[in-house]
Design a protein around this ligand. Structure first.
Ligand SMILES: Cc1cc2nc3c(=O)[nH]c(=O)nc-3n(C[C@H](O)[C@H](O)[C@H](O)COP(=O)(O)O)c2cc1C
Length: 387
């Protein structure tokens, strides 16, 4: 099995980034190109979902099932797509979803993604499972907005250190991911016998953390595999409950989001625990297989929390029309996941910039075809009820 060691084994990344090969066009083309560039085990780790991949597919099917009802001759003029989410300006209603282990897709990993996001002013959410330390990623953002995604692992002092570092590095919001008390049951990774963390990938937040380092007999640089094994041991946190969250709220003076909510009653619990915003997500189908499509859950969550709450959604967002559908069903903005990682895999930072640039244009184009002047014009009647 070819795992990560032969990254860009055909030299394709280089040929795309240099302009020798033309960029892929649609999101499906980017995925195919990424499959050619990446070692199979790495591609499977990124593209795959849990179990039978029912939820992975359901996310896309939920978008396919719903069709748009555009308005003609609205005279809306040149659309403006920008939105403000909890004080963070987005040029269009999307942010980059937190994705760990980006060094597997390209040697520059999150550093290249951060530069591309900053260049287009698209906010990025940086993962606890990143391949680069959060301070180094923040430095690449050059003051452009970024949020930090927290895993609350079973070692509370390490978790607390992550929070303090994120706040010190200027991250403007904290996103607590709650759908991963354990890592999902992923057939592709089992088949490939591939767990990136055990090879020392995706553990940079830990390896750069003084509290985590104090737990190890040897420094992570000398023994990355042992550090990875320690991460895998401390990751599961099955005892965490809503009652614990006051501790987090007390330590986070910036907006606090919860990611991984799939039910209205859980959104209400999150609100009672002091969260400022909700991200409806099933982790791109990577956690509980059989879970509801996030677009379907969005409707229930929005109904529960009311019009004023900040609600985001992710899972299966690939194109401009998907963004309009999600907003019509109640989201204020969306997170985009795998598409930008395929951009990174295919062409490094230039690939991410291309994917984001095309998505910005496509959203603009969709607004024009829908007769929309701005996101404020989006309302439920723009989507037909599913057949
Ligand atoms: C390779 C990969 C790694 C991910 N790592 C994280 C992570 O570290 N933290 C997190 O909250 N979500 C993580 N996610 C989930 C994404 O934030 C997001 O919910 C998902 O990718 C959205 O689905 P989409 O890829 O279909 O757009 C990851 C997703 C992928 C594909």
């Amino acid at each position: 099995l070819v795992k990560r060691r032969d990254l860009d084994r055909h030299g394709l990344q280089q040929r795309y980034a240099s302009g020798e090969l033309p960029w892929p066009v649609g999101s499906e083309d980017w995925e195919r190109a990424a499959a050619e560039v990446l070692p199979p085990g790495v591609f499977d780790w990124i593209a795959g979902g849990a179990g039978e991949e029912l939820t992975l597919r359901a996310n896309r099917e939920a978008f396919r099932r719903r069709r748009l009802r555009p308005r003609m001759l609205t005279g809306a003029g040149h659309p403006s797509t920008a939105v403000d989410i909890a004080g963070t300006r987005c040029p269009a209603p999307f942010l980059l979803a937190p994705i760990g282990g980006q060094g597997l897709a390209h040697p520059e990993g999150e550093l290249a993604t951060a530069r591309a996001a900053a260049a287009l002013e698209v906010p990025m959410i940086v993962s606890t499972a990143a391949s680069h330390a959060m301070e180094d990623i923040a430095a690449q953002m050059k003051g452009r907005p970024a949020w930090y995604q927290l895993y609350w692992i079973s070692d509370k002092e390490v978790t607390q250190s992550f929070i303090a570092r994120a706040l010190n590095s200027g991250y403007e919001a904290i996103v607590l991911t709650v759908d991963s008390p354990v890592v999902g049951w992923r057939d592709r990774d089992r088949r490939n016998d591939y767990i990136p963390f055990l090879e020392g990938d995706g553990i940079a937040q830990y390896a750069s953390d003084p509290v985590f380092r104090s737990r190890l007999p040897q420094s992570p640089d000398r023994d990355p595999a042992a550090a990875g094994a320690a991460v895998v041991r401390m990751f599961p946190n099955l005892a965490l409950s809503w009652d614990d969250l006051a501790w987090l709220r007390d330590r986070v003076p910036v907006p606090l989001f919860v990611k991984g909510i799939l039910r209205g009653d859980d959104a209400l619990r999150a609100r009672a625990a002091g969260f400022d915003g909700f991200i409806v997500s099933n982790h791109g189908g990577r956690q509980l297989d059989g879970a509801i499509a996030s677009l379907d859950a969005l409707v229930e969550v929005r109904a529960a929390v009311g019009d004023d709450a900040v609600v985001l959604v992710d899972g299966g967002i690939r194109r401009g029309p998907d963004v309009v559908k999600a907003l019509a069903l109640g989201a204020d903005a969306v997170l985009v996941g795998r598409p930008y990682l395929y951009g990174l895999a295919v062409g490094g930072g230039a690939g991410v910039e291309r994917v984001l640039g095309v998505l910005l244009e496509e959203i603009h184009h969709t607004f024009a075809l829908m007769g929309l002047g701005s996101p404020a014009d989006i309302e439920p009647s723009l989507v037909a009820p599913p057949p």
